[in-house]
Design a protein around this ligand. Structure first.
Ligand code: V47
Length: 361
């Protein structure tokens, strides 16, 4: 027992002094370290980087359609045209909605289903029209899976596709579609969807074109702890090469209205562990996001004590991915004042940011 404690302490001390922990050590910590110690270390690392600061952003999501060529088992969002919750917004509708948004919005996040009839041209027009009406809006958009489809449908390479999107106004790629990289897990979760290599290739190419991106991990379904650590390891390796990831976002599997509803959602202690370990593992990605529409504002606030430094944004009730999957946030919308109060209630200092994490307040 004493040996285990000593080993845990040695690994964590090395990390605190700026060293790197291996995947084996991460696994060892997962199995053996007391949660309270992991949280303490994660918090110390975060404190060294940001002090008491916690970042938020004034943003809105656009989900053009929930029609999708894929039927991922964890997804509650996908609907076919004959189903009641199906939608397919045209560009005119989206632009009207953006026109009615408050001028204080800094970022727009665009992701949706991989719509079979919508190709690169449609998305170029969308980006172009958004930048036309609101040139200062920063656009974080599309998962690697959406990019892969646009490239394939247009007969262009991934790099050409990304260059055209950048020219039309794309500032950053969203982090979705990563799920869990392990092939076997992916075969069960999302057999038709692009594999890890495709996801990594799209992000690598984006980084080479100076398009930054985020990375996600969908946890708490059929994956093992080992799969989670390997997933994070793969992202850490790419980040060593490109330095293009701004943020890592652990996304907790929510189980309502999908093919995996029989799986119980993880308890909060596991969320705390995943976040704390993410902060400890990623010595090369600065920001860890507790995305409140997915996990609920109260738990997101708690995760700020376990290494997360970013709680995301105001949202304006514009995303349905998590409401449809059973999140406690059935109308994800929070005012700046409420966001600031939430952060302050945990004894942190709220800092408004833009998409690139420039501090605005
Ligand atoms: O790839 C889908 C996840 C992702 C469920 O980049 C689910 O800042 C839990 O990536 N339970 C898309 N998760 C959303 C996404 C995202 C969200 C917020 C911010 C950013 C960012 C990216 O949502 C998918 C999948 O991993 N997801 N269904 C579900 N039932």
């Amino acid at each position: 027992m004493a040996n285990i404690e000593k080993k845990v302490q040695t690994i964590l001390n090395r990390r605190l002094e700026g060293g790197r922990i291996s995947t084996k050590e991460a696994f060892f910590l997962y199995q053996n370290a007391p949660l309270s110690l992991l949280i303490k270390i994660a918090h110390s690392i975060k404190f060294k980087l940001f002090g008491k600061k916690v970042y938020y952003i004034q943003n809105v999501h656009v989900e053009p359609s929930n029609y999708c060529i894929y039927k991922c088992k964890f997804c509650s969002f996908h609907k076919d045209p004959h189903e009641p919750m199906f939608w397919e917004d045209d560009i005119h509708t989206i632009i009207n909605r953006i026109n009615n948004l408050p001028g204080s919005i800094k970022e727009i996040h665009i992701t949706g289903g991989v719509h079979p009839q919508r190709g690169l041209e449609w998305y170029l027009n969308l980006l172009h029209d958004i930048k036309n009406i609101r040139p200062s809006l920063q656009i974080k958009a599309f998962t690697a899976i959406e990019i892969q489809f646009m490239a394939k449908k247009s007969g262009k390479s991934i790099s050409e596709t990304l260059q055209l999107l950048k020219k039309a106004g794309l500032d950053a790629l969203a982090g979705g579609g990563a799920e869990i990289f392990n092939d076997n897990v992916r075969k069960q979760l999302c057999p038709e969807k692009g594999d890890a290599k495709i996801w990594l290739n799209v992000h690598e190419q984006a980084h080479h074109l100076k398009i930054v991106s985020n990375a996600t991990m969908l946890y708490g379904h059929i994956e093992t702890i080992h799969d989670r650590i390997e997933h994070m390891h793969t992202i850490r390796l790419l980040q060593d090469e490109t330095q293009g990831f701004n943020c890592f976002i652990p996304l907790k599997f929510r189980h309502q209205q999908n093919f995996l509803s029989h799986i119980q959602e993880l308890p909060l202690v596991d969320d705390l562990k995943v976040f704390a370990l993410s902060r400890i593992f990623f010595d090369n990605i600065l920001h860890i996001k507790a995305y409140w529409p997915m996990i609920g504002r109260e738990k997101a606030a708690l995760l700020l004590h376990a290494g997360a430094d970013d709680i995301d944004g105001t949202i304006y009730d514009s995303t349905k991915i998590y409401t449809m999957a059973g999140s406690e946030e059935q109308k994800p919308m929070i005012t700046v004042e409420e966001l600031k109060a939430l952060i302050k209630s945990e004894n942190f200092i709220p800092i408004e940011r833009d998409l690139f994490y420039h501090e605005l307040s």
